[in-house]
Design a protein around this ligand. Structure first.
Ligand code: HEC
Ligand code: HEC
Length: 402
C-alpha cells in the first residue's frame, strides 16, 4: 500500500538523484565484477527495504514503522518511545528521531571546530548518528535497530539475510548487486545496508528544503508578523538564544540552515515517569561504552534539527514533553519554576534534574535562557513563547503540511 502511495515520490527522487550528484559519505560498496553504481536502482531498492517488515524478526516492524515518511521520517504517533522487538511490545529506550536533514551530519568528534583557524573555538563533542553520536554512518546506524532486541530483534546478520533471500526483495537485490550477492551472508548484509544508506541520501525524500521558511530565504514568501517576531526572539541572544545551538541563518557559502549545530549538550530534561532514574546518560552510556569513565560527558545528547519539529508529539531524547509549548516553557522556566517540570523527592524537596545523578549536575547547560534563578523573570513571556512556536511551524516541509 505504502509503495503505491509513494510511487510518485519515487519518481521525483529518481529524477532528482539523476540531476544532483548524490552525496553519501564513506567508501562505496563495490561488489566484484560490477560496473559503476546505479544510484537510481539502489535508491529504489533501499526504499523497498526501508518499508519491508521482513527485515524484523517479528515480521511486523519496518524502518518506516518508527520513521514514517508522512511524519518527516519521524514517529507516526504520540508515544514517547516506539514499541517493537520480537513481541512487538518492547518499548525502546529513546524517542525515534526524524531522519530528515542528516546529510551533512559530521562523524562524532570530541573536539569540533567551526573552521580551521587557530583561534576557532572548540565546540566540544559534536556529531555522529543517534542521540549519543555513537554510529559513524547511516550504514553503521542501520545495524543497530536491525540487531537490537527492543527494535527489529534479529539475532545475527545471517538471520536477516536468510529472510531477505526468501522475501520480496531477493530478486531486486540480485539485480542491483549481482547474482552471487547471497553467496556470503556478510556481503549480502553489507549490500542491504548500503542500499538503505543510498536511499537515505535521496534529496527529495530526506532534504527537500521545501518549508515556508526556505521559501522566505529564497525571497519567494514572507513570514507573518507573529512568525517574524518569533524568529527574532529565536535569534536574540538576550531572549531565546535558540540559534546558538539551532542555527537559523544560511551559512557563508549559502547553504540553508539545518537548525542544529549537531553539538552534544546536557539540558537536564525531566525523567519519564516509566523510566528508571539515570537509565540513559547519553554520551557516557549505557548504549555507547567508549566514554563510560567520562563523568563530564554524562547527560549529553545530540542537538536535534528543528526542521519538521511541529510534526512531533513527543520531544527530547526520552520523549518526555508533549507539546512545543511545553518545550518552550521548559527553556524559559526550568531554573525559576522547577516544580513545573520535576516531581518532589522522598525528602519533599523538588528533585530538579531527576533523570541525572547529582554527581553529573555540573554538566547541565546554564547558558541563556538557562541563566535564571528563583525570583528572576523568565527569559520568555507566554506571549513570546507563542511567537516562537508559530515560527517553528514554518519549518515544516511542503509535503508534510496537512
Ligand atoms: C522500533 C523503532 C525503530 C525502528 C524499527 C528503526 N528505528 Fe531508527 N531509530 C529509532 C530510535 C529510537 C533512534 C534513536 C536511537 C538512539 O539514539 O540510540 C533511531 C535512530 C536512527 C538513525 C539516526 C538518526 C540520527 O539523528 O542520528 C537512523 C539513520 C535510523 N534510525 C535509521 C533506521 C533504519 C534504516 C531502520 C531500518 C533498518 C530503522 N532506523 C529502524 C527507532 C527505530
Ligand atoms: C545550549 C544549546 C541549546 C539551546 C540554547 C537551545 N537548544 Fe533546543 N535542544 C538542544 C539539545 C541538546 C536538545 C536535545 C536535548 C535532549 O533531548 O536531552 C534540544 C532539543 C530541542 C527541542 C526538541 C526537539 C525534538 O526533536 O525532540 C526543541 C523543540 C528545541 N530544542 C527548541 C529550542 C528552542 C525554541 C530554543 C530557544 C528557546 C532552544 N531549543 C535552545 C540544545 C539547545
Amino acid at each position: 500500500m505504502m509503495h503505491t502511495a509513494f510511487a510518485a515520490a519515487v519518481l521525483v527522487a529518481m529524477l532528482t538523484a539523476c540531476a544532483v550528484a548524490p552525496a553519501w559519505r564513506g567508501a562505496a560498496y563495490a561488489p566484484r565484477d560490477q560496473g559503476p553504481l546505479d544510484v537510481p536502482a539502489l535508491t529504489v531498492l533501499g526504499r523497498s527495504l526501508f518499508f519491508d517488515p521482513a527485515l524484523s524478526a517479528s515480521g511486523r516492524s519496518a524502518c518506516a514503522s518508527c520513521h514514517d515518511p508522512r511524519f518527516a521520517y519521524g514517529p507516526p504517533n504520540a508515544l514517547p518511545v516506539q514499541w517493537a522487538g520480537l513481541d512487538g511490545r518492547t518499548p525502546g529506550l529513546r524517542a525515534a528521531p526524524s531522519l530528515r536533514y542528516l546529510q551533512t551530519l559530521p562523524p562524532f568528534s570530541e573536539h569540533h571546530f567551526e573552521n580551521e583557524d587557530d583561534d576557532s573555538i572548540d565546540a566540544g563533542p559534536t556529531g555522529g548518528h543517534t542521540w549519543d553520536g555513537r554510529a559513524s554512518s547511516a550504514r553503521d546506524q542501520a545495524r543497530l535497530p536491525l540487531l537490537s532486541a527492543d527494535e527489529m530483534a534479529n539475532t545475527s546478520p545471517a538471520d536477516i539475510v536468510a529472510r531477505l533471500q526468501r522475501g520480496a526483495q531477493a530478486d531486486a537485490m540480485r539485480r542491483v548487486f549481482g547474482a552471487q550477492v547471497f553467496d556470503n551472508a556478510d556481503t549480502a548484509f553489507d549490500a542491504m545496508l548500503f542500499a538503505l544508506e543510498v536511499f537515505q541520501q535521496s534529496p527529495a525524500d530526506f532534504y527537500p528544503y521545501s518549508s515556508r521558511y526556505d521559501e522566505v530565504l529564497r525571497g519567494r514568501a514572507t513570514l507573518s508578523k507573529v512568525e517574524a517576531r518569533g524568529l527574532a526572539l529565536f535569534n536574540d541572544e538576550a531572549k531565546g538564544n535558540c540559534a546558538s545551538c539551532h542555527p537559523s541563518a544560511p551559512s557563508a557559502d549559502g547553504t540553508f540552515p539545518l537548525f542544529t549545530d549537531f553539538g552534544l549538550i546536557a539540558l537536564g530534561v525531566p525523567r519519564r515517569a516509566d523510566a528508571q532514574p539515570g537509565s540513559d546518560l547519553g554520551l557516557c552510556g549505557p548504549l555507547r561504552s567508549d566514554f563510560a569513565r567520562r563523568a563530564d560527558y554524562c547527560g549529553l545528547f545530540r542537538t536535534p534539527t528543528l526542521r519538521n519539529v511541529a510534526l512531533r508529539r513527543a520531544f527530547f531524547h526520552n520523549g518526555v514533553l508533549r507539546s512545543l509549548d511545553e518545550v518552550l516553557r521548559f527553556y524559559a522556566r526550568r531554573d525559576i519554576y522547577p516544580q513545573e517540570f520535576y516531581p518532589r523527592g522522598a525528602d519533599g524537596a523538588i528533585a530538579k534534574f531527576d533523570d541525572l545523578p547529582p554527581a553529573y549536575h555540573a554538566n547541565i547547560n546554564t547558558d541563556l535562557p538557562f541563566d535564571r534563578r528563583a525570583g528572576d523573570a523568565p527569559a520568555l513571556s507566554d506571549d513570546e513563547i507563542a511567537a516562537i512556536v508559530a515560527f517553528l511551524h514554518t519549518l515544516t516541509d511542503a509535503d508534510q503540511r496537512r
